[in-house]
Design a binder for this molecule. Structure first.
Ligand SMILES: NC(=O)c1ccc[n+]([C@@H]2O[C@H](COP(=O)([O-])OP(=O)(O)OC[C@H]3O[C@@H](n4cnc5c(N)ncnc54)[C@H](O)[C@@H]3O)[C@@H](O)[C@H]2O)c1
Ligand SMILES: CC(=O)[C@H](C)O
Length: 260
C-alpha cells in the first residue's frame, strides 16, 4: 500500500471502467468516494468494496448538474477531510449516422461527457485552491478523442472536447500546482460497448451480435481487447506522484489502435 491518506473521487464508478479504477486506487491505499447516477448498482458496488476491506464511501449524483458536482466534492471533504484526485470518468454514448444526429442526442452527450467534465474539473480545482495543496484531475477521453469514428459522431465530438478542456485546464491550473490529464481507452468490454455493439448491429443487419465489437477489436495490434484493469493501471499512475511532471496530456491506452 503506498497511497495511505490520499483521497480520490471516481465519477461513474458503480460499474465498468470507473469501478475498476476505484478498485485499483483502493487496493493501493486510497480512500475512495464512489459515485454514480445508478443508485442500485452503486449500493451493490459499495457493499463489495466494504467486503474487500476498502475505505470507501458513496455519493449518488448526476455529473451533468453543476450543483451535484459541487456537493460531491463537499461531501468527500466532509467524509475524508480533504481531496487529492478527482476522476471525471462518467460518460454516455450514442450510435447512428451523422445525418440522423438529433437535438436530444447532442444535448444528452454534451451534458454528460463535456459539461459534466467541466463541472467536475471546476469543483475539484476550487477545492484544491481552498486547500492550498497540489491536486490531480483525470478525465475519461478515448481513442475517439484522437480520431472520430463513423456512427459515433456526437460521441467522438464530446471526447475531442474533453481533450480540449483537459489542455485548457492544465494550462490555467498549472500555477496552482494542479495537473489535468486524460486517459484514452480503446475497445474495452464493458456495458458501454455492449450497447454500442447492439446499436451497430441494429444499423447493419449483415452483422451478428458481438461482431461490431469484434470488428473494432480485430484492429488491436496487441491482439486482445481491453480489460478495465488495463485502463485502471494507467489511471493509477496518473493518480500517483510519479505523474507530477505530466499535465495537459490525453494518453492512449488502447493496445495499439491509434498512434499519436
Ligand atoms: N468501454 C470503452 O471501450 C471505452 C473506451 C474509451 C473511453 N471510454 C470512456 O470511459 C468512461 C467509462 O466507460 P465505461 O465503458 O465504463 O461505461 P459504462 O456505461 O459501463 O459505465 C459508465 C458509468 O457512468 C454512469 N453514468 C452515466 N451517466 C452519468 C451521469 N450523468 N452522472 C453520473 N454517472 C453517470 C453509468 O451509470 C455507469 O455506471 C466513459 O467516459 C467512456 O466514454 C470507454
Ligand atoms: C467507446 C469508445 O470510446 C471507443 C470508440 O471504443
Amino acid at each position: 500500500m503506498t497511497e495511505e491518506n490520499r483521497v480520490a473521487v471516481v465519477t461513474g464508478s458503480a460499474g465498468g471502467l470507473g469501478r475498476a479504477i476505484a478498485q485499483r486506487l483502493a487496493q493501493n491505499g486510497f480512500k475512495v468516494m464512489l459515485h454514480d447516477i445508478n443508485k442500485d448498482l452503486l449500493s451493490k458496488t459499495v457493499k463489495e468494496f466494504e467486503q474487500e476491506g476498502f475505505n470507501a464511501a458513496y455519493f449518488v449524483g448526476d455529473v451533468s448538474k453543476k450543483a451535484d458536482q459541487e456537493k460531491l466534492v463537499k461531501t468527500t471533504v466532509e467524509k475524508f477531510g480533504h481531496l487529492d484526485v478527482f476522476i471525471n470518468n462518467a460518460g454516455v454514448e450514442a450510435v447512428g449516422p451523422f445525418l440522423k444526429i438529433g437535438e436530444d442526442e447532442l444535448q444528452k452527450l454534451f451534458n454528460v461527457n463535456v459539461f459534466g467534465t467541466v463541472y467536475g474539473t471546476q469543483a475539484a480545482a476550487e477545492q484544491f485552491i481552498r486547500q492550498d495543496t497540489k491536486g490531480k484531475i483525470i478525465n475519461a477521453c478515448s481513442i475517439a478523442g484522437h480520431e472520430a469514428y463513423a456512427m459515433l459522431g456526437t460521441y467522438s465530438a464530446t471526447k475531442h472536447a474533453v481533450r480540449a478542456f483537459t489542455q485548457v485546464a492544465a494550462k490555467e491550473l498549472a500555477a496552482k500546482h494542479v495537473t489535468v490529464n486524460a486517459y484514452c481507452p480503446g475497445v474495452a468490454k464493458t456495458k458501454m460497448w455492449n450497447r454500442i455493439d447492439e446499436e451497430m448491429v441494429k444499423a447493419d443487419p449483415s452483422l451478428k451480435p458481438g461482431e461490431a465489437f469484434d470488428k473494432y477489436a480485430s484492429e488491436i495490434a496487441l491482439g486482445r481487447y481491453e480489460k478495465p484493469r488495463d485502463v485502471a493501471n494507467l489511471v493509477k499512475f496518473l493518480a500517483s506522484e510519479d505523474s507530477d511532471y505530466i499535465t495537459g496530456q490525453a494518453i492512449l491506452v488502447d493496445g495499439g489502435l491509434v498512434y499519436r
